[in-house]
Design a protein around this ligand. Structure first.
Ligand SMILES: [Zn+2]
Length: 90
């Protein structure tokens, strides 16, 4: 996580380390604004950020397409239900 002092002077290593978090809306507004400012002036980090965004979107789409059918999810939930009750009483 960035400190308030480090946000104003981001270097490429810090931006690239936070690239996925920025794509995933997992940063504070201050952090995102600092990264966005860096991306405007650094083409290498901007290309990395865009690549991470494409990868993240493709991963989410693949996961959505490969979700288990509802009948399987219902059976797994049914199987796990007694165990959840056992764990709650232990
Ligand atoms: Zn950079």
């Amino acid at each position: 996580m960035l400190t308030p002092e480090s946000v104003d002077d981001l270097h490429c290593d810090a931006v690239r380390a936070l690239s996925f978090a920025a794509c995933d809306d997992a940063l504070s507004t201050r952090e995102f604004v600092a990264i966005e400012a860096h991306l405007h002036r650094c083409v290498r980090c901007r290309n990395r950020y865009l690549s991470d965004a494409v990868f993240l979107r493709a991963t989410r789409n693949a996961v959505a397409l490969d979700s288990a059918p509802q009948s399987l999810r219902d059976r797994v939930a049914h199987i796990l239900q007694p165990r959840a009750a056992e764990n709650a009483s232990a």
